[in-house]
Design a protein around this ligand. Structure first.
Ligand SMILES: C[S@@+](CC[C@H](N)C(=O)[O-])C[C@H]1O[C@@H](n2cnc3c(N)ncnc32)[C@H](O)[C@@H]1O
Length: 314
């Protein structure tokens, strides 16, 4: 399997010479206007058509996991959709959502969520804009179908190689009877759907007119790859941004950089959580905006984005 050769080339992806000159850079952009406390759907309804150049986002899969009752259960360690994964090394592990507990009704709700989201993204994005959308192997079909029905082209999937600690368990309540059986595979990857709003004319025409339509190469020799090895965010990042679904800067910097091939334009993360997408874009001098509906996570993003932006590439 071809694995993207990083991190040794990762620092090269953020050379100062790549910094954009004709849009606000991270330090210049006003954080109060770029980090918006709002419902993403309300915000997108009002957004100027053809005003966003890329979406890089990690939506609330399962929808239920960010409901106040589920967050309370997570805090008290009391059941619900969050569970502590089994420990192999004695280290204390954070709870992860267990999507296998979603009911058919929850899945229908999820499908409705993306059926509502996809046309709003289509309207807000410029032709040739890419959407990078985090998903998981159990639920990705609920995203991909609505995206394609709304007119997005599927341009592939990015495979993030990561130990998710999901799956692999023996049958519940019958571990001893079936010691050699796992109900599902232990998952070692995270899919990111990659979509594009159709280009106007040829890719070169679209690049000239809108600044997007392709993916920024890693270097002259290396195109952007669809396999990225990237472990979960480390301790320093988690202390800065203690969001239960924090995405690591190492991953987000690669995705945001690829999303704006000319280094110009605006990236939107409509479900920004603690702002990891915005911070990653700003670290490369790219403009990004984030929307978050929870006051707690919006406040976290305001604190975290400047600090995450300053972190050196690992
Ligand atoms: C999976 S988390 C994203 C975490 C983010 N990737 C990070 O690194 O911090 C999804 C976020 O979307 C927020 N959210 C859920 N529904 C929303 C909505 N309708 N509008 C805006 N934000 C929403 C949740 O509060 C949650 O913080």
């Amino acid at each position: 399997m071809a694995i993207q050769p990083e991190p040794d080339n990762f620092a090269d992806t953020l050379k100062p010479t790549d910094r954009t000159t004709d849009c606000l850079s991270g330090s210049e952009a006003d954080i109060d206007t770029d980090l918006v406390l709002a419902d993403a759907f309300d915000w997108l309804e009002m957004a100027e058509p053809s005003s966003i150049h890329a979406v890089v986002t990690d939506p609330p899969y399962g929808l239920v996991e960010y409901r106040s009752d589920q967050l309370h259960k997570r805090q008290t360690g009391n059941g619900g959709v969050w569970r502590i994964p089994p420990s192999f090394d004695g280290a204390r592990r954070s709870p992860v959502p267990r999507f296998t507990v979603l009911t058919p009704g929850d899945e229908e709700e999820l499908e409705r969520f993306f059926t509502r989201l996809a046309p709003l993204l289509m309207k807000a994005l410029v032709p040739g804009a890419h959407v990078f959308i985090a998903t998981n192997p159990l639920l990705s079909h609920h995203v991909y179908g609505p995206m394609m029905s709304s007119g997005f082209e599927k341009r592939g999937e990015i495979v993030r190689i990561v130990k998710t600690l999901r799956g692999g368990d023996r049958p519940k309540g019958a571990h001893e009877e079936f010691p050699d059986v796992s109900v599902m595979p232990r998952s070692g990857w995270e899919p990111w759907g990659l979509f594009r709003k159709p280009v106007e004319g040829r890719v070169q025409d679209n690049l000239r007119r809108w600044g997007v339509g392709g993916l920024r190469r890693i270097s002259e020799e290396q195109p952007f790859w669809d396999v990225i090895v990237c472990p979960p965010a480390g301790k320093v990042e988690r202390e800065i941004a203690p969001h239960p679904s924090l995405k690591p800067q190492r991953l987000m910097r690669q995705l945001t950089r690829a999303a704006l091939p000319m280094g110009t334009g605006t990236i939107l993360d409509p479900f920004m959580g603690s702002g990891s997408t915005v911070a990653a874009a700003r670290a490369a001098g790219l403009r990004a905006m984030g929307i978050e509906s929870s006051t707690e996570y919006h406040a976290m993003a305001k604190r975290a984005v400047p600090l995450l932006t300053q972190l050196k590439d690992d």
